[in-house]
Design a binder for this molecule. Structure first.
Ligand code: AVJ
Length: 322
């Protein structure tokens, strides 16, 4: 696929073609969809940080409360000399609570698709943890990636907070957990954050905040496609939509086309009807049982779990099932 010169400066050939291919595939699918992994360009990563500070968005503060209270109990499950591998590290704020509570951690390996953000965060960590080996890996954590050779002799602990596992369909969540078991090895521990099923009002408010930050986070996907793929989405003719699908126990996010319109993407013309939507994210909500079942059928055994005082969020510890 020929890369428009204005775009080529932005992306490497592979990343351009993967992004372009996924976007065209999603926008020509029925119903239209885009992968939530593409939310996290630099602007998207910053908007997500803003979301985590919102009064309505309870998952982050609930998980931080759990980690503050129980990180040392989690750390007691880690091998003597440990490499902590975080899938989709973002701001590493949660990892810092683990690092502060786990003297056995000799190396920290943050894995994130947002390479610039990752490098900046790694610099800050090296400054704050001078005795820790900080070994960032810029990669899509759902795909195979190579761990740094220097941690070969260390035990492994995986860290997957934030209920990002909720973005996956059941088969993708299983595949990810099996993938993590391969990467971490059979003696590993995996710490996973899961958002719990709760009243619809609280769930819906968390994705429809009064300040409109989540709406900007959702719409930013179109800004990214315009910038990186030379498309001509008119953001004013789209609106944010997030609702709870009780049958599927998931929050769904969509971008709604306010009018009948055409958009040009990578030389293709995409037609959108009035009120037609582009499905941009699922955020599945779990119960202890539904997550336990998912872990078991993915080769892991739940060994411990911690929940916040309101029972809104849970952090689960898993071991590879023998
Ligand atoms: C980062 C995937 C856990 O689903 O709650 C926040 C992303 N989307 N607001 C979530 C998100 C809208 C978040 N995860």
């Amino acid at each position: 696929m020929r890369i428009p010169s204005v775009v080529a400066r932005h992306l490497s050939e592979d990343r351009y073609s993967a992004f372009a291919r996924d976007v065209i595939e999603g926008l020509t699918a029925r119903p239209k969809r885009l992968s939530p992994k593409y939310f996290y360009d630099e602007a998207g990563s910053r908007l997500f940080e803003e979301i985590t500070a919102l009064p309505e968005y309870y998952p982050t503060r609930c998980e931080l409360a759990i980690l503050s209270a129980h990180a040392s109990a989690m750390a007691r499950l880690f091998p003597a000399q440990t490499a902590l591998i975080e899938f989709g590290s973002g701001s590493s704020r949660k990892a810092r609570l683990m690092l502060d509570a786990a003297p056995s951690v000799a190396a920290y390996v943050p894995v994130d698709i947002s390479s610039k953000w990752l490098a900046e965060e790694a610099e800050r960590l090296r400054r704050d943890y001078p005795r820790l080996a900080v070994l960032p890996v810029a990669a899509d954590f759902t795909q195979d990636f190579r761990l740094p050779r220097s941690i070969a002799s260390l035990g492994r602990a995986g860290f997957f907070p934030g209920s990002t596992i909720g973005n996956f369909e059941a088969h993708q969540a299983r595949a990810f957990l099996q993938h993590a078991a391969r990467i971490l090895g059979e003696d590993a521990v995996l710490i996973v954050g899961i958002d719990l099923v709760k009243d619809e009002g609280t769930l819906t408010a968390a994705y429809n905040d009064a300040a409109g930050v989540t709406a900007r986070f959702n719409l930013n996907l179109l800004t990214r496609i315009n910038r990186e793929l030379g498309a001509d989405f008119d953001l004013k003719s789209f609106s944010h939509q997030a609702f709870y699908n009780r049958e599927r126990a998931r929050i769904e996010m969509h971008l709604v086309s306010r009018v009948r319109q055409r958009v040009s993407v990578c030389g293709r013309t995409i037609e959108l009807g009035e009120c037609e939507t582009i499905h941009t994210e699922n955020s599945y909500k779990f119960t202890a049982d539904s997550f336990g079942a998912l872990a078991r059928c993915s080769g892991w055994a739940p060994v411990a779990a911690w929940t916040d005082a309101d029972g809104y969020f849970s952090v689960q510890a898993l071991r590879v099932a023998k």
